[in-house]
Design a protein around this ligand. Sequence first.
Ligand code: THU
Length: 146
Amino acid sequence: MSAKENWPSQKITPDDLLKMAREAARRSYAPYSRFHVGAAMLFEGDEVIQSCNVENASYGITICAERSGVVIMVSQGKRKPLAIAVAGSHEDRDDYMTLACPPCGACRQTLMEFNPDILVVMASKDGAKVWELRKLLPHSFTLDPD
Ligand code: THU
């Protein structure tokens, strides 16, 4: 079955979720890289949490949009995101909705912690594309390998 057939909502489409990620990217705080990233995480009951990257003058403590979403999610008492859309681009460009913004390795591992079956939505020239995190991060770290 393709990732799109496993989509967990009747109400919110992958394109809808990607639009919400793009909207969140507009709120990004990225004065150093000028690369604005937004994420939108979908939960049971069609609830959505939006988040963005937050940079710092001490560059290394910057937090990515996806991981800032996980911080919000856990703080709000949620533990199981069903899907996440990520949209991002440099502020000089105008291609948020056609160019994929793939989650970095650290964010993939962080999402894996909460739902190995999560679906990841990224832009493409043909609209929103749905991926399985398992396939984006094969053989991820675990304390309990089999
Ligand atoms: N960034 C994210 O928000 N998510 C990722 O998965 C990778 C990168 C942010 C971090 C930084 O603020 C900017 O993109 C450029 O690296």
